[in-house]
Ligand binder design. Structure first.
Ligand code: ADP
Ligand code: MG
Length: 322
């Protein structure tokens, strides 16, 4: 039987020097922030049965637990530095710990983000990560800074994670290849860290958010914080590769109100279009212009010709994840 301390030592404490002044092992970790930079801090909890299925693949779960936190740093334009891991586990299952920690560290290493501490306890499976990043003063991409006339941009593609959920729930029939391709977007999202950093350093971006609960809902947070409205071109929304093969109505709905996308939605003045495209190229991340911020409150959806779409936003509640 693994003791709590053996478990930490074996699976989470690494035998190599990190950047932290003091990492795992003492009462606190010690970090030395870069002079003049602000700390960006975010915390996300993943609960079995709520955020992931019981029996989920531990390696993907390790990846996703950190990915959702990195996505929050990306949405602020911050550079990842370190994170802590609070873990409640029903048992010290070696296979699970091996898979979980390898998925977690593969993504952590890809972003040079160091595990510096945490807490471990017995209980229902529950994973809580707090992440620390750095951003230059005045460069954080906040939700409350959208301005009327801004373009609305989306990174990558939307809707495949929601499509996979629909497949799992048998809301629609998906062949096995389509389901496994879409499911990768659900289980192993790619946080848009490089894009967030490039936008905050090199482009005049006004507001940004990461899309975790669906574009309509998350853009809605920008609109209310910024006291503006928006018009989205439903047919400009970039559908995921699997969703792109589905009927138009489903494409529109899952792009607009999917969930678990972990793409960035951001607003920038039209004068910044070239700078945004250059930042996207630098980050090797595609971006698409999907609408405009308006002075008039509310969120409107239009089709490619600009005609208002009859999709009622209330109708999206069904898709918002309960
Ligand atoms: P304390 O009792 O002082 O809170 P703990 O006994 O909980 O310390 O943890 C011992 C050390 O191991 C601490 O440095 C803590 O940050 C670290 N730690 C505990 N659990 C984890 C974990 N799941 N991942 C990384 N570090 C952990
Ligand atoms: Mg403790």
């Amino acid at each position: 039987m693994l003791s709590e301390f053996d478990l930490i030592k074996q699976y989470f404490q690494r035998q190599r020097p990190g950047r932290a002044v003091l990492g795992i092992g003492d009462d606190c970790a010690l970090l030395a922030p870069s002079p003049g930079m602000q700390l960006a801090i975010s915390c996300d909890m993943l609960v079995e049965g709520r955020h992931f299925f019981a029996g989920a693949d531990p390696r993907m779960l390790g990846h996703k637990s950190l990915a959702v936190n990195l996505s929050d740093l990306a949405a602020m334009g911050a550079t990842p530095r370190a994170f802590t891991l609070a873990l409640s586990l029903p048992s010290a299952d070696r296979d699970w710990l091996e898979g979980f920690s390898s998925g977690l560290f593969a993504l952590a290493d890809a972003h040079d983000c160091e595990l510096v501490g945490g807490d471990t306890t017995k209980g229902p499976l529950n994973i809580c990560i707090t992440i620390f990043g750095e951003v230059a003063p005045g460069h954080a991409l906040r939700r409350d800074a959208a301005k009327a006339g801004d373009d609305i941009w989306i990174s990558g593609t939307l809707g495949d994670a929601r499509l996979a959920l629909a497949g799992y729930r048998s809301e629609l029939a998906l062949d096995a290849d389509s389901l496994s391709a879409a499911a990768l977007r659900m289980h192993a999202p790619s946080p848009r860290v490089a894009l967030g950093m490039a936008l905050s350093e090199h482009a005049t971006v006004h507001a940004a958010i990461d899309i975790s609960d669906g574009l309509v809902g998350d853009l809605g947070h920008i609109l209310s914080a910024s006291k503006v409205g928006a018009t989205l071109d439903a047919d400009a929304l970039p559908a995921g590769a699997v969703l792109a093969r589905q009927p138009l109505d489903l494409r529109r709905r899952f792009c607009a109100a999917g969930g678990d996308d972990y793409e960035l939605c951001f607003t920038a003045p039209a004068s910044a279009r070239e700078a945004v495209m250059a930042a996207a190229t630098r980050a090797a991340t595609p971006v698409t212009r999907v609408g405009t911020i308006d002075a008039e409150p509310g969120l409107r959806l239009a089709d490619a010709s600009g005609a208002p779409l009859a999709l009622s936003l209330a109708g999206f509640d069904h898709f918002s994840g309960d």
